[in-house]
Design a protein around this ligand. Structure first.
Ligand code: SAM
Length: 312
């Protein structure tokens, strides 16, 4: 079985405050690190777990079956959380966890084209049955669309130069591999920028991955649906690794946990104010401990935010 070291495992499980008879949802199964801990705490309860990646589903089934049979694995995007659960007769749950982004097996299997460290065909699909891959984005999007993806999802300073050079290069022949793309990115940056710490293609690869897998839209959709699916007392825990995802989560949680009308400086009479139905477990995000950082450097950018439903 491929390895993935789960991030913020203890604090996220603790934050979910698991009841043995509760219904829980892991939106990002991966290699079932979080799911296994949830399942261990359930007696008559049930776990529903989603992943876009068929391999994550196959490998986790084996791991979870060793604990109990109180689980259902769903090969679908968490953007369709509501429909998928309702079609299984579930409308309210006790806790929902999302550990966003890519798993180590996805990154470390060079053939999947997620990483600038390995030379492979440009791919980056979490769901390998989907049509859109990084190859289509890089070779098919027009210059403006490419620039938007790189800027919005990669916060890439050299987005315009990279988009221009991609379009120039592919006019001669298609850009096929991760290393072809790395060379184009490098050629688009000044020696001063190239001398900085960190891989020069990191933000380009992040941007393409988000675009290919529809990560930004799926997160927004999930943050619309998941809070309503919680029972009173239920919790939504979200672990992010990128400032973009953390910002989206923080804003949505803030919106849900503040009094309607108090947000935009509008003064309302008390009877016009609707009380928030949610509160935050902690105002600041929960971060990895020193020990976790030392053991797993990949946890460095992780942030956990938790929302609690206080009223229907
Ligand atoms: C960081 S890993 C989760 C690791 C997991 N918590 C563990 O401990 O093993 C993220 C997983 O979420 C999946 N994923 C990402 N976006 C998704 C989406 N929109 N719907 C379902 N799964 C998604 C990825 O395929 C990946 O397997």
């Amino acid at each position: 079985m491929d390895k993935h070291v789960s991030v913020l495992l203890e604090p996220s499980i603790e934050a979910l405050d698991i009841h043995e008879d509760g219904v829980y949802v892991d939106l990002t199964l991966g290699r079932a690190g979080h799911s296994a801990e949830i399942l261990k705490k359930l007696k008559s309860g049930h776990l529903y777990a989603f992943d876009l990646d068929e391999r994550a589903i196959e490998q986790s089934r084996e791991r979870l079956s060793g604990i109990s049979e109180n689980f259902t694995l769903i090969h679908a995007s968490f953007a369709s959380l509501k429909e998928e659960l309702e079609s299984r007769g579930v409308s309210k749950v006790d806790g929902i966890l999302a550990d966003l982004g890519v798993s180590s097996p996805q990154f470390d299997d060079g053939s999947r084209g997620f990483s600038y460290r390995f030379d492979a065909k440009l791919d980056m699909r979490m769901d390998t049955s989907q049509r859109l891959s990084a190859y289509e984005v890089v070779n098919g999007y027009d210059e403006m669309e490419l620039c938007r993806v790189l800027r919005d999802y990669g916060e890439e300073q050299d987005a315009r130069a990279i988009a221009r050079n991609i379009v120039k290069a592919r006019a001669k022949s298609p850009i096929v591999t991760t290393f072809d793309l790395v060379e184009i990115v490098k050629a688009s940056k000044s020696p001063k920028v190239l001398a900085k710490k960190g891989h020069p293609a990191k933000q380009t690869f992040q941007a393409l991955r988000i675009e290919v897998n529809g990560e930004a839209t799926s997160l927004r959709q999930m943050l619309l649906d998941a809070p309503d699916m919680l029972k009173v007392g239920g919790r939504l825990a979200v672990i992010t690794f990128m400032s973009l995802d953390d910002r989206t989560t923080k804003q949505r949680f803030h919106e849900l946990s503040t009094i309607e009308g108090s947000r935009h400086g509008i003064v309302l009479r008390p009877e016009e104010m609707s009380k928030p139905r949610f509160s935050l477990l902690t105002r600041k995000p929960i971060l990895p401990s020193e020990e976790e950082l030392a053991e797993n450097p990949r946890s460095a950018s992780a942030k956990l935010r938790v929302l609690i439903k206080t009223a229907e």
